[in-house]
Design a protein. Structure first.
Length: 486
């Protein structure tokens, strides 16, 4: 889970009038004014009775003005916005609005919280009754749609008394910067991988694989065939005989997460959510059918799914004792974080992933490869999440991946487009559908050839749809740990 320190802080401000003449009539006053036209009906028989209409309207306006003057001034009302948790994709965030009425009259409030489209598409109107000197609160939920930093707007207020003939308009400057984070896996899902990681760690401790790594384990007498570079000359001088250092497999490895932020990662994918499927005898058949029907999550970009996988892998790798680094690149390097461990490092990595943005141009894969080789000279596990451009030429990302294989263990993940797979597997019913299916099959075949060639060079390759990305990557990471491939 995200640390509470990442939550946006509460913000408090006093209301101010929206303009110099920030008041008006309510629908109740307008209805009463329209009712005055009924006084024209008896005017058909006695013209003097027609004067009842202006008399009635003047009386309504007088009461409306007096009602408006009774309302507390905007400066006597205060607002506070509080966030219950840090906003993240695929999870609801609860927002609490609190109104403090320092006046002497009970007011009926109608609130509109101006939030960015990344949090809510259409701001709703909320109703609240504020008693004098007693804070009144309401809560509502939003579901973020975009990662990154966003600025909230003002809180707009229309308030009236119990009589409801006039209302005043005010606003409070509750502007603040809010950061929306990548989606997080649920605790139940994460516990499965953590348990398997713990089991693998115990197996490695029992095996004590010697000679495969470069972590010092112990000293022993020199044997024929030992590497002369492993001789410990200080121990040799003390004991009067050749002494050799003995090594074991490193428990703490460097794990780099490399994210492609180019144009191919901008495409959005909607993933269906499975229905509950549970039987409830109190629900009608129509309601059960709607509940069991698959729903779709809000469409996110491929980069959003990649960031979600990056957070899950970072949590698992840090739990396993590894050090995690991040390199997010587009035309230039967007985010760079050297390998580290600990809760503070995880927080910094999540902050960096929240700021990653997909670019409209093609990513510079060779620059990312050169940067990574410079930052990580020793052998490490590289998770590279990208996509393959559909061109007749060999994609540049394949050349970059081949360069990394000379030194590192590479887990190369290509994110597929579910729509293309659906078109390729569908049976065409027309000529247009036949050409579309043939094109989709050709694209799929080319991807298989490119990934097969990369696999021949020693890379671990995956071609996955976004919904299977996180689980497959975590399982592959645990396999690498179990086999001590790094």
């Amino acid at each position: 889970m995200i640390s509470p320190s990442l939550h946006p802080g509460p913000i408090h401000a006093a209301f101010e009038p929206r303009s110099r003449w920030a008041f008006g009539l309510t629908p109740r006053s307008v209805a009463l004014l329209c009712a005055g036209f009924l006084g024209l009906i008896p005017g058909f028989w006695d013209p003097r009775l027609a004067y009842s209409m202006p008399a009635w309207d003047l009386l309504v306006l007088l009461f409306a003005v007096l009602d408006g003057l009774r309302l507390p001034a905007a400066r006597n009302l205060f607002a506070t916005r509080t966030w219950s948790n840090a906003p993240a994709l695929d999870s609801e965030t609860e927002i609490e609005l609190t109104i403090e009425n320092h006046g002497k009259l009970i007011v009926d409030c109608r609130l509109v919280d101006d939030l960015p489209e990344a949090l809510v598409a259409h701001p709703a109107t909320h109703r609240l009754t504020a008693f004098p000197r007693v804070p009144a609160s309401l809560k509502y939920r939003v579901q973020p749609q975009e990662r990154g930093d966003w600025t909230t707007g003002w809180l707009y207020l229309r308030y009236r008394s119990g009589l409801g003939l006039a209302e005043r308009w005010a606003r409070a400057p509750l502007t603040q910067q809010v950061r929306i984070y990548p989606a997080l896996r649920t605790g139940e899902e994460q516990q499965i991988f953590l348990a398997r990681s713990r089991q693998i760690d115990l197996q490695l401790r029992q095996a004590r694989l010697r000679g495969l790594g470069r972590d010092f384990e112990s000293l022993r007498e020199y044997r024929e065939g030992d590497d002369l570079r492993d001789i410990c000359w200080t121990a040799t001088a003390r004991r009067g005989g050749l002494i050799t250092r003995q090594y074991q497999t490193e428990r703490s490895q460097a794990v780099w997460i490399v994210l492609d932020c180019g144009r191919l990662m901008r495409s959005r994918v909607a993933i269906p959510m499975e229905g509950d499927g549970g039987f409830n005898p109190r629900t009608s058949p129509a309601e059960r059918a709607r509940a069991s029907a698959p729903e779709e999550r809000p469409p996110h970009s491929k980069l959003d799914y990649a960031c979600t996988t990056a957070v899950a892998l970072a949590q698992l790798a840090l739990f396993s004792g590894d050090r995690v680094g991040l390199l997010a690149y587009g035309h230039t390097i967007q985010q760079r974080l050297l390998p580290g461990r600990g809760a503070a490092h995880l927080r910094q990595l999540i902050e960096s992933l929240a700021l990653v943005r997909a670019e409209a141009s093609e990513a510079d894969h060779l620059r990312a490869t050169a940067t990574l080789n410079r930052l990580q000279p020793r052998r490490a596990l590289i998770l590279w999440i990208t996509d393959l451009a559909e061109t007749a030429m060999r994609p540049e990302v394949i050349d970059g991946a081949t360069q990394l294989l000379r030194r590192h263990v590479l887990l190369f993940v290509a994110m597929a487009q579910p729509e293309v797979e659906t078109i390729a597997q569908a049976r065409p019913k027309s000529v247009d559908q036949m050409f579309r299916a043939a094109a989709a099959q050709e694209m799929a075949a080319r991807r298989e050839v490119l990934l097969a060639r990369l696999h021949e060079h020693g890379a671990l390759t995956l071609d996955l749809n976004p919904e299977a990305l996180t689980s497959s990557v975590l399982n592959q990471y645990l396999t690498v740990k179990e086999r001590a491939m790094v």
